[in-house]
Design a protein around this ligand. Structure first.
Ligand SMILES: Cc1ncc(COP(=O)(O)O)c(C=O)c1O
Length: 412
């Protein structure tokens, strides 16, 4: 085996991986058509076409497009009747927006632990957190990998609670024989730059419930009601509307998504099979009932004990030196400074002790085990995927055959 790049050898990879997001002739045509023939904002046919197509793609009746995944979450929480002081159960292993949308609705995020094998919120860690104030369970399909929605929906039904799926990372993913997103009361998506469908920014809420869709319409459009008067405001909503240009960029992506998903599936599978054979690395499992991940991120787990205690951070350094950018990803959300220092700004959180929360699996995955690769790596060709595997093999083989030089490196 050649010398590791970390110790002065040649890196395995010197070329860039496919970039993201990707433009296309179809996207250019749709943008130009909207620019020259349609309204650019509210009332645009391009926006209603996107809403119709996105809902239908995700097996839902209604879609309300908005300007971000974060505002989609806030709008959906408000439409679910979340009021000041209500509690919303969320995982602590997710992007901060899942929690901030709850805070922005003047509600209380209640963190549940994850299943260490899937990264998704653990349905068995939810019930004992339910109180008379719990209004919503907000599961996240982490990395695009569907959570066990039957388990969550059964729990919600038993306690008369609403389920809103945070599907920000899960465009096109399936649970059983259905697309995720509208398998509870509603679901939200993000179209921010990194997402598998991207308009730079953007979001959407989907649902099968007409009155819920009407409430979302109102909250995202200054409190107006459908077909109501322009200067007639019924709710404390705001302008969270999507621009027609974002919708134009997204419509053709509903067609290109299928081929991209197949490529990501294929490459994820190759990596899973390969990593399964490396002692000390494990691919993530899918939750019960999940049939297809959107593979927004490729996550695997690092086991320090198989590498003589060499930290994951040193492993990252060695992989990055080989030209493969692996990294930690999320930290437990309750550790974020906002939960600890802003008592004056958020007085309703004052008596909550987020500081001493310790969700064992969330901490373990985040602080010790998680190894992330972004989804654009999965859009690579055979040679690209081979480079990733070669780097994993080169680094882990060296770590196991000569741990001393890594431990010395740690001390530098
Ligand atoms: C799980 C999750 N929820 C919510 C969001 C918020 O979406 P946005 O960045 O579009 O506001 C994101 C992504 O950024 C996300 O990954």
């Amino acid at each position: 085996m050649s010398t590791l790049a970390l110790f002065g050898g040649s890196p395995i990879r010197t070329k860039p991986f496919p970039t993201w997001p990707q433009s296309s002739e179809m996207i250019r045509e749709h943008l130009l058509h909207t620019l020259e023939n349609e309204q650019w904002g509210i009332g645009s046919k391009t926006i209603s076409e996107f809403d119709r197509k996105f809902a239908s793609y995700h097996d839902a009746k209604y879609c309300i497009s908005v300007n971000s995944g974060t505002t989609a979450l806030w709008v959906a929480l408000k439409a679910a009747d979340v009021k000041a002081g209500d509690e919303v159960i969320i995982p602590a292993y997710t992007f901060i927006a899942t929690a901030t949308a709850v805070l922005m609705a003047n509600a209380v995020p209640v963190f549940a632990d994850i299943d260490i094998n899937t990264g998704n919120m653990d349905p068995n860690d939810i019930e004992h957190r339910i109180t008379s104030k719990t209004k919503v369970i907000l599961p996240v399909h982490i990395a695009g990998s569907p959570i066990d929605l039957n388990a969550i929906n059964n729990l919600a039904k038993k306690h008369n609670i609403v389920v809103i799926e945070d599907a920000a990372q899960a465009h096109g993913a399936t649970y059983g024989d259905k697309k995720i997103g509208a398998l509870g009361q509603a679901g939200i998506f993000s179209f921010q730059s990194s997402k598998n469908m991207s308009a730079g920014e953007g979001g959407a809420i989907i649902t099968n419930d007409e009155s819920f869709a009407d409430a979302c319409f109102s909250y995202h459009n200054c409190g107006r009601i459908r077909n109501g008067e322009w200067y007639n405001h019924h709710r404390l909503g705001s302008n969270f509307r999507m621009s027609a240009f974002n919708a134009a960029i997204l419509i053709p992506q509903l067609d290109s998504l299928a081929a991209q998903m197949e490529l990501r599936d294929k490459n994820r599978n190759i990596l899973d099979i390969f990593l399964d054979k490396i002692d000390g690395l494990r691919p993530m499992a899918m939750s019960a009932g999940a049939t297809r991940s959107a593979n927004h991120l490729y996550i695997c787990k690092y086991d320090e004990s198989k590498f003589d205690g060499i930290s994951r951070e040193i492993f990252f350094k060695a992989m990055q030196a080989e030209g493969i950018y692996t990294y930690q990803g999320y930290k437990p959300l309750y550790k974020e400074p906002l939960f600890i220092t802003n008592e004056n700004e958020y007085p309703w959180l004052k008596d909550l002790d987020y500081k001493s929360l310790n969700l064992v699996n969330t901490e373990k995955l985040s602080n010790k085990e998680s190894v992330w690769l972004t989804h654009n790596h999965l859009l690579g060709d055979e040679e690209d995927i081979q480079d990733i595997m070669d780097a994993f093999e080169k680094v882990t083989t060296e770590m196991q055959s000569d741990p001393k030089s890594f431990l010395e490196f740690t001390l530098k």
